[in-house]
Design a protein around this ligand. Structure first.
Ligand code: NAD
Length: 494
């Protein structure tokens, strides 16, 4: 793909408007929320803040469509074919979707094109293929009796997504839910709604019955809470912060004892032992692990825990990999480094860095915004040394490109430092000693462990999801499909 094709004029992009319900846009005259582009902070459009009546309309439309279309009773292969067509359409609109994602979110257009859009299509394809391959259990009970476990969809699943990686997050929620025979009402982040809306249009174009996938827009406390609380939402699948996850869990308990999948925050370690096969490659991994998407990834590896013997060499390697990083608007194909999503988010990063410095941290590099980027917020890759486990930047998820560095002298100490008191989303382990890697893997309470790498594999069969306050349940993998169904036990005497 040439630069000329991916570069775009952000002012010329046409944005969808309203709530997408039953395959058409509704604009019921509600209060509007400004949506900005993070590269320069300008307002690019607006979305309505859904009232409880609009949420009710979306959910009832979904329930009606789910019942009347017979989506859940269709041969699973037929459902798969609709979803496969959807994936094809996503691929066919690769440039358009990449540009929409780049306009509204923090994703540089070349990255959205190379990775976000094709992976979104792949996730839909993966779950489409699951539709007719998941079986059930038949149990031997006693003579003249048979028991089996029948899986069935919930009905209407409520999905709520964050502002980072909006396209991918939508596919992680809708892929398994729709493949398993449910309808979905999704509320995207009010900061990044537009690419998700276009994805929903393409689903209907692919042949998904109108009403099976609806988008309501709006704020979290308003539209998000109304969706969670709606009596006809049978399950909630949420990705976002730990604080919001707790609030959703309270609502789910209070308004119907609903099951929840919660993908929440993290503060993931990259644990580097004294012997690694390739120090430079490890340094590259560590650098990529904390600066990808400007550090705005739930699994960002923002705590480096390195053996004393290797610390100096490794840190020098990491600094080398940070050289030459330049900010640029997400709509230029040459841009590689992501802006921070919003002014409040940039201020939050700075506040945690400042608090850490007050607590004794040394700023080895970075420590503030890049100069001269106008109203955009590009945070310099930052390394903080002289920190302890109680330093703010070590304890709190700050969702920015900030790496704290701690050292250790023996294996046990390293593994202990890698653990976090509240989060347990992911961890990286770097060592050339397989026994050491396995001991560390067992010793760290995290939902995903990467050994001698740092990042997702792109294999959808590997699920993702955290321990402790990083969440409940899994996205991706067989587990995400299975948790989009409920299980009915059937016993027959004959
Ligand atoms: P957020 O919790 O502020 O918002 C997420 C979504 O929840 C938004 O759509 C928001 O409008 C909605 N919301 C807010 N309050 C709500 C309420 N009371 N009821 C219902 N919905 C509500 O999170 P964010 O700032 O958009 O995203 C960043 C967070 O997401 C980080 O903590 C990050 O770690 C996490 N995240 C986790 C994963 C994962 O897989 N574990 C993936 C991506 C992001």
């Amino acid at each position: 793909m040439t630069t000329a094709i991916l570069d775009f004029d952000p002012a010329a992009t046409v944005l969808p408007q309203g709530h997408f319900i039953a395959g058409v846009y509704h604009r019921p005259g509600e209060a509007m929320i400004h949506v900005r582009r993070p590269s320069d902070g300008r307002v690019i459009g607006q979305v309505p803040d859904a009232s409880p009546e609009t949420v009710d309309f979306a959910v009832e439309t979904a329930l009606h469509a789910w019942r009347s279309s017979g989506w859940s009773r269709r041969a699973p292969r037929e459902r798969a074919q609709v979803l496969l067509r959807w994936a094809q359409l996503i691929d066919a609109h690769r440039v358009e979707l990449a540009q929409l994602e780049a306009l509204n979110s923090t994703r540089p257009v070349s990255e959205a094109y190379a990775s976000d859009v094709p992976l979104t299509a792949e996730v839909i394809r993966f779950f489409a293929e699951f539709a007719d391959k998941a079986g059930g259990d038949v149990a031997a009970t006693r003579q003249n009796s048979l028991g089996f476990v029948a899986a069935e969809p919930y009905g209407v699943i409520g999905a709520i997504t964050p502002w980072n990686f909006p396209l991918s997050m939508c596919s992680w929620k809708c892929g398994p839910a729709l493949a398993a025979g449910n309808a979905v009402v999704l509320k995207p982040s009010e900061m990044t709604p537009f690419s998700t809306m276009r994805l929903a249009e393409l689903a209907i174009e692919a042949g998904l019955p109108a009403g099976l996938f609806n988008i309501v827009n709006g704020g979290g406390a308003s539209a998000g809470a109304a969706l969670t609380r709606h009596p006809d939402i049978s399950k909630i699948s949420f990705t976002g912060s730990t604080t919001t996850g707790a609030s959703i869990m309270r609502d789910a308990a209070q308004y119907g004892t609903k099951p929840v999948t919660l993908e929440l925050g993290g503060k993931s370690p990259q644990l580097v032992f004294s012997h690694v096969a390739d120090v430079d490659e490890t340094a590259r991994c560590v650098a990529r692990g904390f600066i990808a998407n400007g550090g705005q990834a739930c699994v960002a590896g923002t705590r480096l825990i390195v053996h004393k013997q290797l610390a100096e060499r490794l840190i020098a390697g990491v600094l080398q990999h940070l050289e030459g990083i330049e900010p640029g608007p997400t709509w230029l194909a040459s841009t590689r480094y992501a802006p921070i999503i919003s002014a409040p988010q940039a201020q939050r990063i700075q506040a945690i860095v400042d608090r850490s410095v007050d607590q004794g941290a040394h700023v080895l590099c970075g420590g503030g915004l890049f100069d001269g980027t106008g109203e955009g917020y590009f945070y310099r890759p930052t390394l903080l040394t002289n920190v302890t486990s109680s330093t703010a930047a070590v304890r709190e998820e700050l969702f920015g490109p900030v790496l704290t560095v701690q050292t250790f002298e023996d294996e046990e100490e390293g593994i202990a430092l890698a653990g976090h008191p509240t989060y347990g989303l992911a961890a990286g382990i770097h060592t050339s000693d397989i026994g050491q890697a396995m001991r560390a893997m067992r010793g760290i309470a995290a939902g995903t462990i990467w050994i001698n790498r740092y990042a997702r594999s792109g294999d959808m069969i590997i699920p993702t999801g955290g321990f402790k306050q990083s969440g409940i349940g899994k996205d991706l993998g067989r587990q995400a499909f299975e948790s989009s169904q409920r299980y009915k036990s059937v016993l027959i005497d004959f």
